[in-house]
Design a protein. Structure first.
Lengths: 337, 337
DNA sequence: TATATTTACGAAAACGTAGTAGTAAAAAAA
DNA sequence: TTTTTTTACTACTACGTTTTCGTAAATATA
């Protein structure tokens, strides 16, 4: 079962390699009869062109990468799903890399993608990334990056985001309209664009309703579940009065649920909770979780589509635009009726 | 910013391509001084070897693929996470493909991987796959496949599974011990090894406790949420008495929750529910969902590790063994205390 | 001093594909 | 009939890397 390549086909058919290659490409230079012979022999032996050799000729890898910070979050799962479907449609291949929120891993991964392995990258930043040299280098090497969700403002490229500010505003206002007067914001990382925007929405909503923001009500969380639990517990059992929580990501809402369970705080009676989330189980939680649902699948599709749009018109410049796909507020039980 | 390759380095340094290549590989054939010059120039220009050209020389793609049926399930998410971590460790790259439970897509994907693109494949079967020609062909082409979870018995290779039979038995017995006398099994697909094993465990537990299996209590579900909802609703509102449900996968347990919500059937008072699941929110559901939790991350790690074990001793034969990683029954509320 | 060995490099081939250029033979046009 | 065009093929090269082989010069050995 030795590998069947053009040379093998050629020798089997007693023609030249060029003839086989051209016949398979349906070139006009090859006669009908020969084409048929080549095609049927290729089928018979199960010839599949070697992708790496093909790359060597036309320097197109037909491969893109998606770099995400973690896999515990439903959002990224759905983005991958969307991106994969577009890649498949375009007959491209999708490499997946997880940075685990580690800036060094992100740098290593990006560096590994510098020499032709991929034609482009879809990416959401790690929360610990503060230096963007590796990304600039990537752009210098003419490898396009499309950001989604956690974008890098410094890089001029297409960015797929949701309306974080407006949604943060809406989420906070929803809590206010349901009676909350002391709303805490659970932040995930200062470094992240999404966190800043969501918090700005939160602050703007407070301001509109004449509520003063308090630093004590802005809890800096991380990706360590235990420390998040501690911080939220400290908030909810401490001196600061809190009757509403706006969690920037779903992990923090679940941590809140966990704390409330342990402290016997009733949601939504004593505490109303709302968060950005793509949990499929939001409806079945106790109580059902009111969420800002990001169009994750659509964002994956948009990111991949934008990348292919650029790759297809291969001469052009990458435009520097934000593509905004709106999130939806889904009222369930956790923030009151 | 033209691509920096060996040729470019060589001309910059006025040495031959061979010298540069060997210097970068720290060959003894190259003098210390030259090595230093080459290395520093390589760093200066940011040389990264082209992976496809490297492939052309040693015919190792340093890439593996993971082929999964869907992305809506937390199990596969965690498997990818585990597999990616091992791949990263080995400096390999991971391609992700989703069959969307479509046999034809599975065939297309496997065919696309036939000529060298990957060194090996991790795979979980689509539920609609009944013919395994494409997989046999893969093995014939010397591309190793490691199956996990949804395995293919026909192919002689390493398979990573959980103790589906024992867990199915334990799940059913747990329901029985909590008072259920009329237990239904929600099946996902006749084609799947896991479904059969889990159902056998279910039947064995019924038998042990002198309960007769009834076809009416075995509900054939699919991957269509709406039809699943209908089928489960039919079961729970029909003439067949049912006081316990064992769902083979988490989607079916959630569908059951949905039906119970709409029919106002109290879980666990009127109906006890248990299922195979990797939901991170199981604890927060209403009621908390008692689950058989598969060691998904470990299975991903095991699958990738086994593949690399084979790839590393590249001469050998692939062994035909089942590696079983046990699942754990986590008692929460949905199946009674 | 003459010969053997080691050191440090370069030339070239190969991996599989795809395209350019070249060329006999056949067909069409003059 | 001669010339031009078309048809249908082959030879060869390049993509970037790695490695084998070859070889001068330097060094060690006899």
């Amino acid at each position: 079962m030795s590998k069947v390549n053009l040379k093998k086909l050629a020798s089997e058919l007693s023609v030249s390699i060029s003839t086989v290659s051209k016949a398979l490409k349906d070139s006009h230079e090859i006669g009908q009869e020969t084409k048929h012979k080549v095609l049927s022999k290729a089928r018979e032996l199960g010839y599949k062109p070697n992708p790496y050799a093909t790359y060597m000729r036309n320097l197109k890898s037909k491969t893109i990468a998606i770099v995400i910070p973690e896999m515990t979050n439903n959002f990224f799962l759905q983005v991958i799903n969307g991106a994969e479907s577009i890649a498949r449609e375009k007959d491209y291949h999708l490499l997946v890399y997880i940075t685990h929120e580690d800036a060094q891993k992100e740098i290593d991964i990006i560096n590994h993608l510098q020499n032709g392995r991929v034609d482009g990258i879809l990416m959401s930043l790690s929360s610990t990334t503060t230096d963007f040299t590796h990304l600039h280098e990537c752009i210098n090497n003419k490898i396009p990056i499309i950001f989604f969700d956690r974008i890098c403002h410094e890089i001029e490229t297409v960015k797929i985001i949701t309306d974080d500010f407006a949604s943060g505003f809406a989420a906070t206002e929803h809590l206010i309209q349901n009676g909350c007067r002391n709303i805490a914001y659970l932040s995930i990382s200062k470094n992240l664009s999404i966190d800043n925007k969501r918090m700005q929405g939160y602050l703007e909503a407070l301001d509109k309703h004449n509520m003063k923001p308090e630093n004590r009500k802005i809890v800096k969380c991380s990706h360590d579940p235990k420390s998040n639990y501690r911080e939220i517990k400290k908030l909810l059992s401490g001196p600061v009065k809190v009757d509403g929580i706006f969690a920037s990501i779903e992990e923090l809402a679940l941590a809140t649920y966990s704390v409330c369970k342990d402290l016997a705080i009733k949601i939504p009676q004593k505490l109303k909770v709302i968060c950005f989330s793509n949990l499929i189980t939001a409806d079945f939680l106790n109580p059902p979780l009111t969420t800002i649902t990001q169009p994750a699948n659509e964002m994956g599709i948009a990111a991949a589509s934008q990348l292919f749009k650029y790759l297809d018109k291969k001469g052009g410049e990458m435009s520097n635009e934000n593509i905004i796909i709106k999130s939806a507020l889904t009222v369930r039980g956790s923030a009151g009726a």
